[in-house]
Design a protein around this ligand. Structure first.
Ligand SMILES: NC(=O)C1=CN([C@@H]2O[C@H](COP(=O)(O)OP(=O)(O)OC[C@H]3O[C@@H](n4cnc5c(N)ncnc54)[C@H](OP(=O)(O)O)[C@@H]3O)[C@@H](O)[C@H]2O)C=CC1
Ligand SMILES: Nc1nc(=O)c2c([nH]1)NC[C@@H]1CN(c3ccc(C(=O)N[C@@H](CCC(=O)O)C(=O)O)cc3)C=[N+]21
Length: 300
């Protein structure tokens, strides 16, 4: 194995340390405590893990953490009413509605009912438009975390060929916007892309956000390329014991690490950075809401 392993877990701990410093300064200088509210409708196992560690880390960095757990059959009107009350709550600076939502709820409508200033996921159409036009916005946490690791590894990304596999609104598209913002030559690939292996082989930077376990093998990777694996796939692992599972990414780690220049592992790569960036966005939102200077190095 030759690639340098990009330690997202350690990087995220450093980011959370910076956030904690910012939070402590807000308390001392302005008697302010940033507040983050997470709304979870129904039970999604992937979201459960995320919500649990998020709540713990929110408190660890000194913020207020609020959780709303609603039944899977919650009506749209009830959900919108909760979001409205959080929009109006001056102690809440960030609101996150866990996705996916149950089928009977209109995801676009729900997301766009969040006050864009509190939209720490960066999914509101107003933040999407601001990002797309290069203006100050709330930047989606997962792509922001990927960008931080890429900048840290490369210094400048200018002129590099980047291929993003996946075009979702929550990862692929905003990731491509951020890479474009840093002057990469960006290709967005998806399920209809012709000759995907050849497209990926051109890339200096590969971001895999597909949701298919170990789909990208090492022989798609240009020697020396940087590989960012966003995928979180839980597979059965009977070898670890009955009912046990293991996490794998969208990249076949072993074969890719043999040719890549650098690679993020799963777990311990993009996932922890996503949570760290959520906390960073909440701190940023709190500073903006109070007309205070933003924390340095924690925004795009
Ligand atoms: N680490 C983290 O913090 C996070 C991890 N994730 C993980 O990232 C992965 C992607 O998530 P998300 O973006 O929400 O997923 P989506 O299902 O919304 O999007 C998947 C994308 O992959 C594309 N795709 C599917 N199959 C193929 C294929 N065979 N070849 C090429 N492209 C394909 C789809 O193309 P098309 O549009 O044509 O259908 C789609 O654009 C998941 O594993 C998810 O769990 C997600 C969020 C945060
Ligand atoms: N509105 C919204 N925003 C999101 O950002 C969002 C969402 N909905 N829905 C679900 C996905 C998924 N997601 C993860 C974040 C962190 C880890 C994470 O920390 N993973 C650990 C492993 C955790 C484990 O052991 O299971 C790791 O990769 O090391 C995983 C998944 C955010 N998402």
């Amino acid at each position: 194995m030759s690639a340098q392993v990009i330690d997202g877990k350690a990087f995220a701990a450093k980011v959370r340390g910076q956030v904690a410093e910012g939070v402590s300064k807000l308390k001392t200088d302005h008697d302010l405590v940033p507040g983050l509210a997470v709304v979870l409708v129904g039970e999604d196992p992937a979201s459960e893990v995320y919500v649990r560690s998020k709540g713990k880390m929110t408190v660890e960095v000194g913020m207020k953490s609020v959780e709303h757990r609603l039944d899977a059959d919650t009506s749209e009107a009830d959900l919108l009413a909760i979001i409205k009350s959080l929009n109006e709550d001056a102690t809440i600076h960030g609101i996150l509605v866990q996705l996916p939502l149950p089928k009977h709820l209109n995801e676009d409508l729900v997301i766009n009912s969040i006050d864009p200033a509190k939209d720490v996921d960066g999914f509101h159409i107003s933040n999407v438009g601001l990002l797309g036009t290069g203006q100050k916005s709330m930047v989606p946490c997962t792509p922001l975390g990927c960008l931080m690791m890429l900048r840290d590894h490369h210094g400048s990304l200018s002129g590099l060929d980047a291929v993003v596999v996946g075009r979702s609104n929550i990862v692929g598209k905003p990731m491509a916007q951020l890479l474009l913002g840093d002057s990469c030559t960006v290709t967005i690939a998806h399920s209809r892309t012709k000759d995907l292996p050849d497209v990926v082989r051109r890339a200096d930077i590969v971001v895999a956000a597909v949701g298919r376990p170990e789909m990208v093998p090492g022989d798609w990777i240009k020697p020396g390329a940087t590989v960012i694996d966003v995928g979180i796939n839980r597979l059965d692992a009977p070898e670890k014991g009955e009912g046990k599972t293991r996490l794998v990414g969208d990249v076949h780690y072993e074969s890719a690490a043999a040719v890549a220049g650098a690679i993020t592992p799963v777990p311990g790569g993009v996932g922890p950075m996503t949570i760290a960036c959520l906390l960073a966005n909440t701190l940023t939102a709190c500073c903006r809401a109070n007309g205070l200077p933003e924390p340095e190095g924690l925004t795009a």
